[in-house]
Design a protein around this ligand. Structure first.
Ligand code: NDP
Ligand code: BG6
Length: 495
């Protein structure tokens, strides 16, 4: 039985792409499941002049576009909780009108003063909005109520700008009231990392540098930059994917067992892990990180000829790197990461490569056997969710040859349909006040300090772009990076 939550949601950027495509359909799912029932209301804001009816029609379309039965009674009941207020976030005078509407809806729906402010717009506005929400009295002063601020990415473009933003937010909201979205933390199999590690003696007892040779994290995208070039060209793969999603995944893989399964304890362990991540000096940054930009193939233009990309852009669309933790658990076990656009396929996976037995007793000189393969535990995040464990077994015949076999667990298609979308989970967590799956400020700041150093070194030298073919797995340098250590990527094309 779902617990009903009570809150007023205010979406800043309420007519934007993210709100229509992801946020409103996710709220509807929460409504269908009973997490929202009678005691909630939604205010959408933007500079557009719309009335409630037009806004509700747009919500209906957003549900229909996401495959929902938007003409059902359930959908129209849900949509009746939506209100629109034209509002320029840079105009302080506008906030009093918003406050009036918020107070009115609070009474109408008996919302007990609970407020969720979702900033789904360009980050340069985050500080101003937070400040005006407090100064103009939009935050509820009922001592039993909550005020929560949800922030979309990107959180800064380097450590200094992120700190400035955080300082601005902290003037109005405490850290536990701020929910920094990283939608990878809402993904089923990313959340499963903790279950896999801390729910299995078999896994956790081997989860260290004595038994693990290396860990590989791959976030591969098949599409190019699409229509987001104006954002992406100012960001690049390092800021867009590594600083946030990859660093979050790596910290879940590297952290120690939390004292309890609570947001405070989990975040504390992630922070400790990130603190022990080695921040590279100039020489090591240059050796341990490589970048790429896609070229052209057939009808596919190279990155520099995509819409809204400058013809001399040096923005990277691919990154691969080696991360080292200087702590007792991981010293000597590298984490290799890679991500890029216009690669062979769209998928996310983690490959944990175990050390081979110290002695291969099956290497009979009289009957040569293939050398033992390493055991590999793969976490498939997307598109299919599951695990796979590669072991060595005897071939099923009269010889004593060994061969790698796989134990697979894949979540079946029916079950996958029930998996909540990341934004649905994250919105639910915000309603519950559970910060486990959000990035805390210390995590964000350590991640920026690491990434800034790579960026600084890259900015010293003009890259030789383009350097990889669309639909490949990135530039040759990404292969060389790992081969130099006498290793190879577990996922390669054609294997
Ligand atoms: P859009 O550009 O589609 O929407 C921006 C919204 O902000 C619009 O509703 C716009 O309406 C409103 N807005 C702009 N200026 C003002 C202003 N001065 N006062 C009030 N409202 C204003 O952006 P997205 O929805 O794509 O992105 C929103 C946020 O989510 C960004 O931080 C982005 O980085 C992040 N994000 C988006 C993703 C996506 O898939 N779209 C994925 C991951 C993160 P109007 O111009 O009419 O005022
Ligand atoms: C976003 C990035 O955070 O994640 C995009 O800004 C990227 O560039 C997207 O395409 C990938 O997310 P997912 O869930 O499709 O793997």
């Amino acid at each position: 039985m779902a617990t009903e939550r009570t809150a007023l949601f205010m979406f800043f950027g309420g007519t934007g792409d993210l709100a229509y495509r992801k946020l409103y359909p996710s709220l509807f799912n929460l409504y269908r499941k009973g997490n929202l029932r009678s005691h909630f209301a939604v205010i959408g804001t933007s500079r557009q002049t719309l009335d409630d009816e037009k806004f509700r029609a747009a919500i209906k379309k957003s549900l229909a576009d996401s495959g929902e039965r938007a003409d059902s009674k359930e959908a129209s009941d849900f949509i009746s909780h939506f209100y629109y207020q034209a509002h320029d976030v840079t105009d302080t005078a506008h906030y009093s009108v918003l406050k009036e509407l918020a107070d009115k809806l609070d009474k109408k729906y008996k919302l007990q003063g609970n407020r969720i402010f979702y900033l789904s717009m360009a980050p340069q506005f985050f500080g101003t909005i937070a400040q005006d929400l407090r100064s103009q009295g939009l935050m509820s002063d009922n001592k039993d109520a909550f005020n929560r601020l949800v922030i979309e990415k990107p959180f800064g473009r380097d450590f200094d700008s992120a700190k400035q933003l955080n300082d601005a937010l902290s003037k109005s909201f405490d850290e536990e009231q701020i929910f920094r979205i990283d939608h990878y933390l809402g993904k089923e199999m990313i959340q499963n990392i903790e279950a896999l590690r801390f729910g299995n003696t078999l896994v956790e007892s081997l989860w260290n540098n004595r038994y693990i040779d290396n860990i590989q994290v791959t976030l591969s995208e098949k599409l190019g930059v699409e229509e987001r070039a104006s954002y992406y060209d100012n960001s690049g793969a390092l800021r867009d994917m590594v600083q946030n999603h990859i660093m979050q995944i790596v910290s879940l893989l590297a952290m120690e067992q939390p004292v309890a399964f609570t947001d405070t304890d989990i975040r504390a362990e992630k922070v400790k892990a990130l603190r022990s991540l080695r921040v590279y000096n100039v020489a090591d940054a240059a050796t341990n990180f490589v970048r790429g930009q896609y070229g052209s193939i057939n009808d596919q233009a190279d990155y520099r000829h995509e819409d809204n990309v400058p013809h001399d852009s040096t923005t990277e669309t691919f990154v691969a790197g080696k991360l080292l933790f200087d702590n007792y658990r991981w010293s000597g076990t590298p984490f290799y990461i890679r991500t890029g656009k216009m690669l062979a396929d769209k998928f996310t996976r983690v490959d944990v490569v175990f050390k081979k037995p110290l002695v291969d007793i099956f290497a009979f000189p009289q009957a040569p056997n293939a050398p033992l393969a390493a055991n590999v535990l793969t976490i498939f995040v997307e598109p299919h969710a599951g695990f796979s464990l590669q072991l060595n077994a005897k071939t099923n015949d009269a010889t004593f040859q060994t061969e790698p076999i796989k134990l697979d667990y894949l979540v079946d298609a029916e079950k996958s349909k029930e998996t909540p979308e990341p934004y649905e989970r994250l919105l639910h967590d915000v309603m519950k006040g559970d910060g486990t799956n959000f990035s805390s400020w210390p995590e964000v700041s350590y991640a920026w300090k690491f990434v800034d150093q790579i960026r600084r070194v890259w900015d010293l030298q003009e890259p030789q772009f383009p350097n990889y073919t669309p639909h490949s797995m990135g530039p040759a340098a990404a292969e060389e990076l790992i081969q130099r250590d006498h290793r190879q990527w577990v996922y390669r094309l054609n294997n």
